[in-house]
Design a protein around this ligand. Structure first.
Ligand SMILES: [Zn+2]
Length: 211
């Protein structure tokens, strides 16, 4: 039976360099580790063009697309590589937050680790409401320790302090709390903001008074 693989999770805010960090690590694994890295992404992200990762410097890297609502299709991509005699050592997945919890991404990554693959994922930690996005945070449950978690922040578009929240803007104004969680966009519809500058009209008050 294969030795269980390890998961490395890169997570953080928009404009924090998650894809760049993932690409850098893939480069090192390929060039210096001579590893065969299979690069995957969910189909929902159309920003970066089909079948490629793209960072903010415009660098692209070929990737295989997997439906965001069915993470089990990741096994099809892995099995195809095996058939081609290109046995992957490492599975890299970008934009992991777009795999819904219903897609069973947690169980799929767990199974890949069980089969002996090392897995490296990058994704948004929080959505525009400041709430957990998809299964990104839950994947910490599959990491061996916090040394396998990289948390990246950006800088606030308004005050310049470290920023952990994506600010969604619609025609330049903050999006309402009730807006859909997923709205793919770039600089025209999102900013990085700190907790002080983040604006979220309609955010429900949490009642912390005693019963
Ligand atoms: Zn700020």
């Amino acid at each position: 039976m294969a030795t269980r693989g390890t998961l490395h999770l890169i997570m953080g805010n928009m404009f924090a360099g998650k894809t760049t960090e993932l690409m850098n690590r893939i480069d090192i694994m390929r060039k210096h580790g001579r590893k065969h890295v299979l690069v995957l992404k969910p189909t929902i992200d159309t920003r970066s063009g089909r079948c490629q990762l793209k960072n903010f410097h415009g660098r692209v890297m070929p990737a295989i697309e997997v439906p965001a609502d069915n993470a089990r299709r990741i096994f099809d991509a892995v099995n195809y590589e095996i058939k081609e005699d290109e046995l992957p050592d490492i599975i890299a997945i970008d934009e992991i937050q777009f795999f819904s919890q219903k897609s069973r991404i947690y169980l799929v990554v767990d199974r890949l680790l069980e089969l002996g693959y090392d897995v490296i994922c990058a994704g948004l930690r929080l959505d525009f409401r400041g709430e957990p996005f998809g299964s990104t945070l839950s994947l910490i449950g599959l990491c061996d320790g916090m040394h396998n978690v990289t948390l990246l922040h950006s800088y606030c578009a308004l005050c310049g302090k470290p920023a952990h929240l994506p600010q969604r803007l619609i025609d330049g104004l903050p999006a309402h709390y009730s807006a859909d969680q997923v709205q793919v966009g770039g600089k025209e519809s999102y900013q990085a903001r700190c907790h002080t500058c983040h604006e979220l009209p309609g955010k429900p008050e949490v009642d912390i008074s005693e019963e």
